[in-house]
Design a protein around this ligand. Structure first.
Ligand code: PLP
Length: 222
């Protein structure tokens, strides 16, 4: 179990590597947000990360996130980075500031319907299955433009695109492909890069990186 000083040190080290990668790409390090992925992490580590000053967290399950964060929600930014079922949209919108996993028309319509009912509009990212892998979520690259347009026609602002590249290949071509889709659609932000590839992602233009194990240590199995 890492000590809280280890967690603070891990955070500083990741922030430092992000800054170095940004400068290598002639980017401003302040333009990259570190999203600490807290799924499956024990409470001591969460407390240590909060004490270290981290305020932006990512979770991939609505129920688990509600248990972890509802009682200490204030002052934080929470991002949903896992698949969202339409029957959990209302709960997800009540908890999360950002939903990074809009990947199909039905989900976009369900979010828009909640907004029409008076719910606060979340910040949205469209998830793209950039390696076209059958086991991964996300809209196919060929259908991404249409989904972005559909969101806009529903009066939903698409703040960014998100992807998880294949884990058995160099990630840069996939990061660059996501950046190209964002560029041609005028979408300003890119959520890409995890513990193993966040520096490469920053060099390819990521505006946020989702880092779990490199910050908190290995996750407990579910
Ligand atoms: C778990 C998860 C991460 C973090 O993974 P690490 O390799 O531990 O950094 C990032 N993005 C998504 C979508 C995840 O589910």
């Amino acid at each position: 179990m890492p000590l809280s000083s280890d967690i603070a040190a891990a955070r500083l080290s990741v922030l430092d590597r992000i800054a170095t990668a940004a400068r290598e790409a002639s980017r401003d390090p302040a333009d990259v947000t570190l999203v600490a992925v807290s799924k499956q992490q024990p409470d001591e580590r969460i407390e240590a990360m909060l004490a270290a000053g981290q305020r932006v967290f990512g979770e991939n399950r609505v129920q688990e996130a509600a248990l972890r964060w509802s009682h200490r929600r204030h002052g934080l930014e929470l991002r949903l980075i896992g698949p969202l079922q339409t029957n959990k949209v209302r709960e997800a919108m009540a908890l999360f500031d950002v939903i990074e996993t809009v990947d199909r028309e039905r989900l976009a319509r369900s979010i828009a319907a909640e907004v029409a009912r008076g719910a606060r509009a979340p910040r949205l990212f469209v998830q793209v299955n950039i390696g076209e892998e059958p086991q991964k979520a996300g809209v196919s690259p060929a259908a991404a433009d249409a989904l972005i347009n559909l969101c806009r026609n529903l009066d939903l602002t698409v703040e960014g695109l998100m992807c998880i590249p294949p884990d058995d290949a160099p990630p840069e071509p996939y990061f660059n492909a996501l950046s190209a889709i964002a560029g041609r659609n005028g979408v300003p932000r890119l959520s890409m890069g995890m513990s193993g590839d966040y520096e490469a992602a920053v060099r390819c233009g990521a505006t946020s990186v989702r880092v779990g194990s490199a910050l908190f240590g290995a996750r407990a199995p579910r």
